[in-house]
Design a protein around this ligand. Structure first.
Ligand code: MP5
Length: 218
């Protein structure tokens, strides 16, 4: 029988195709991406990861007791990741100071927080799986299509490490268990949230590639 996370990935195939075919990833792999364009992503993802802290905290507060420890470990790993962004920004002369969230980053973060606050634990967990799986697959694509060491290698390594792969496998397995206990209508809601997460992931690469900004400069 198809496991729930496999069902989600089947439903999301067109989204995953758009994500892995995105020019931001292709140019990062080819080494032709400009520092300015890459920095668009770095600045916005730094803000995104900062807001993943409250997202995971809310999720942890709703988690069944057996899942508290692994979720707290994931929460603590976010601080190492923020330090990675700060180091890479210093090395590449990118300023992370005073950056405003772009429309897409803002909308995605609001979606994460609204889901964690307002919806059930399995629904919030589905969004977590979607975001992490998207990064595992996106950066694995960059690694596989790259031609050697990239100036951005530390980011590639971060989301293609054995440890990260194991974490995403654990998320998938745990999600399958949560779905087994969920009602059909809850599983439909989880599927919808997974697809929305995937859409936001594509939008995030598009935002970085296009240098998206708000209509009015302040
Ligand atoms: C992740 C991320 C992965 N950093 N940014 C986006 C837009 N999606 C997913 O999350 P994490 O916590 O950095 O592994």
């Amino acid at each position: 029988m198809t496991r729930f996370h496999e069902h989600l990935l089947q439903q999301a195939q067109p989204i995953w195709r758009a994500m892995l075919g995105h020019r931001f990833l292709a140019e990062t792999a080819a080494g032709t991406i400009s520092t300015e364009t890459f920095a668009n992503w770095m600045k916005q993802d730094y803000l995104f990861v900062s807001e993943a802290v409250p997202f995971l905290s809310i999720l942890s507060a709703k988690a069944p007791p057996a899942l508290r420890k692994p979720l707290c470990e994931a929460l603590s790993a976010l601080h190492d990741e923020l330090a990675l962004f700060e180091r890479m920004a210093r090395e590449h002369h990118v300023s992370l100071e005073g950056v405003r969230m772009s429309p897409t980053c803002h909308a995605y973060v609001q979606f994460l927080l609204a889901t964690a606050y307002g919806r059930s634990f399995p629904e919030g967990f589905t969004v977590l799986y979607g975001a992490e799986k998207a990064y595992l697959d996106s950066w694995t694509w960059v690694e596989e299509h790259g031609g050697g060491t990239s100036p951005w290698q530390a980011f590639i390594d971060n989301w293609t490490s054995e440890a990260f792969r194991h974490y995403v496998d654990w998320l998938a397995e745990t999600l399958d268990h949560l779905a087994e206990e969920a009602s059909p209508s809850m599983r439909r809601a989880m599927t919808e949230l997974f697809l929305l997460t995937g859409q936001y992931e594509v939008l995030f690469w598009e935002m970085a590639a296009s240098g998206e900004s708000w209509p009015v400069k302040l």
